[in-house]
Design a binder for this molecule. Structure first.
Ligand code: IMP
Length: 201
């Protein structure tokens, strides 16, 4: 494992109280996920679907570990209101460019927390008659789950703590940290559930 120090990340590193997943561990697990997905989807030309923005690092790294033909497409969503967010209902800001009808769709997620957003988006995609629909989630917070969602591929289970890095943001910052860490309490002023508008992802 390569040497890694929070000091290398300047003021961003100073905001982190604890590193939960190191860069090497992330890449190792993503390689394993890429191999598993490639074995299962060989000859099926899967369409990988992601929701912007948080998933873009994972999507890029996952696809580069998949030596099979595959396509990628993205959606963007926003919450209508804090109330609708609590039910997982989201407004589509950008729909997919490609049709999913008859395609083998792999929904690629950065984080599954309550599961409500994912459940809602899977319902939308399922109604579009894909040949198959599965989920590959890098981070999972099982203790926060409010609704059961089927995760065929899963990277890491995380504790019930607010984390940043590798795509995950706090107020649009920290996405580009190549590790996953917990923010210091003095940096984290406002709990996630109080946030409104644009989905954190
Ligand atoms: P949920 O599963 O509907 O609760 O929503 C999951 C979304 O909440 C993720 O895609 C993230 O955007 C956001 N989220 C949940 N936990 C965290 C976290 O610890 N850090 C950053 N974003 C998070």
């Amino acid at each position: 494992m390569s040497r890694f120090s929070l000091d290398d990340y300047g003021e961003l590193g100073q905001a982190i109280s604890q590193v939960l997943i190191q860069p090497d561990e992330l890449q190792q697990r993503i390689q394993e996920l890429g191999q598993a997905v490639s074995q299962d989807y060989a000859g099926r030309n899967p369409l990988l679907v992601g929701v912007l923005k948080g998933v873009f690092f994972f999507m890029a790294d996952l696809m580069r570990q998949m030596p099979i033909p595959a396509e990628v497409d993205f959606m963007a969503v926003a919450s209508y209101s804090p109330e609708s967010r609590r039910h997982g209902m989201v407004r589509l800001l950008k729909d997919l460019d490609r049709s999913t009808e008859g395609r083998h769709v792999l929904f690629v997620e950065d984080m599954v927390d309550t599961g409500l957003t994912l459940h809602y988006l899977l319902r939308i995609l399922r109604a579009r008659n894909p040949a198959s629909l599965e989920v590959c989630a890098l981070f999972n917070k099982p203790r926060r789950r409010l609704i059961d969602v089927p995760l065929k591929y899963k990277g890491f289970d995380l504790p019930d703590r607010f984390v940043v890095g590798y795509g995950l943001d706090y107020r649009e910052q920290y996405r580009h940290l190549p590790f996953v860490g917990v923010l210091k309490p003095e940096v984290l002023h406002e709990p996630l559930n109080n946030r409104d508008g644009q989905r954190a992802s």
